[in-house]
Write a protein that binds this ligand. Structure first.
Ligand code: 0X9
Ligand code: ZN
Length: 304
């Protein structure tokens, strides 16, 4: 059964979402997105205290990289807090809608859960047409400056294969649709990952220059990091993604550069544990990270 302080199966996650939507129909609705490559049904959780108000939207996704289990756990914890905290309606949900896609890559996620030797799988599970290999790095598959840096063109590369073309994967296409359908109201996009406790903003495809709005991106990120630190968590390393290392085709650059989302980030929630995040730490770190999301919400509410 689903436990908010555990790494749950995709099936248990789906069941949790259905139950939560039934329990809080005035707050949480699920939008069917279609199916993953292997046929898993994907759902977007929309949390709003006033869906007809046309509020600014914060869109958060997680788990595009299969092995980064703490990311879906955080997305689900966020849903849990936003729908169960009695005061969320007066604070986090006031004037802002939260759209959350907790597992972007469910096929990869289930593959990493299937046995120990698959635990470090990163990519999707689509079959390549030009080879016997499987999977595309979803975070190299988005159609903005696709494949110009930090990618492999080899379908058998286990880490950074960008795919045969932009948006070759049904999973990245779904995220694109969410962004495009909500482009006007979408003010903040955060993609949750797990590596090195970084909070990075565009550009990711190059480290040679920054967007002209970089100071706003930087200062919102610093307010998030400060909030996590105040709650007892480790601070984030804040910079542009490309200053960390240049890699094109990420969802953060797509949201910012192609969709025009004013604030766009990749948030690496490692807390010192990279891919194999100890389950025992979840009750400590998820509430600390949650304070960072409150800071994100406060920043968006203030500006829009
Ligand atoms: O390489 C990635 O996709 C991300 N790091 S991870 O270790 N989780 O794989 C960082 C992505 C940062 N954004 C861009 N480079 N666009
Ligand atoms: Zn990742």
């Amino acid at each position: 059964a689903f436990n908010v302080y555990d790494f749950n199966s995709f099936a248990a996650i789906q069941e949790y979402l259905e139950t939560a939507a039934r329990r809080h129909p005035q707050l949480l609705t699920l939008q069917n997105l279609g199916t993953s490559y292997q046929g898993r049904r994907m759902k977007l959780a929309k949390i709003s205290s006033d869906p007809s108000a046309g509020n600014p939207i914060i869109f958060i996704d997680a788990g595009i990289h299969a092995r980064e289990w703490v990311a879906p756990a955080m997305a689900l914890y966020l849903i849990h807090r936003l729908t169960n905290d009695p005061d969320a309606i007066h604070n986090e949900l006031k004037g802002v809608d939260w759209y959350i896609l907790p597992v972007v890559n469910p096929d990869g996620y289930e593959f990493t859960r299937s046995n120990k030797s698959n635990r470090l799988w990163r990519k999707t599970r689509s079959k390549s047409k030009s080879s016997d290999c499987f999977g595309v790095d979803g975070n190299r598959n988005y159609g903005f400056k696709w494949a110009v840096s930090g990618v492999s063109n080899n379908p058998c590369d286990k880490e950074t294969y960008a795919g045969p073309k932009p948006f070759s994967e049904p999973e990245t296409l779904m995220v694109r649709s969410i962004m495009m359908e909500n482009a006007k109201r979408l003010k903040l996009y955060v993609s949750l990952h797990s590596y090195g406790q970084y909070l990075v903003y565009p550009w990711g495809y190059t480290g040679e220059f920054l967007p002209k709005q970089w100071k706003k991106l930087d200062s919102l990120a610093r307010s998030v990091s400060d909030a996590v630190q105040r709650a007892g968590g480790k601070p984030f390393k804040v910079m542009s993604a490309g200053k960390w290392y240049a890699a094109a085709g990420g969802s953060d650059d797509y949201a910012f550069g192609a969709v025009g989302v004013p604030y766009s980030y990749t948030m690496e929630l490692t807390s010192g544990h990279e891919f194999i995040f100890p389950r025992a730490l979840l009750p400590t770190v998820l509430p600390q990270f949650y304070e960072g999301f409150k800071a994100f919400g406060a920043g968006i509410r203030k500006e829009f």
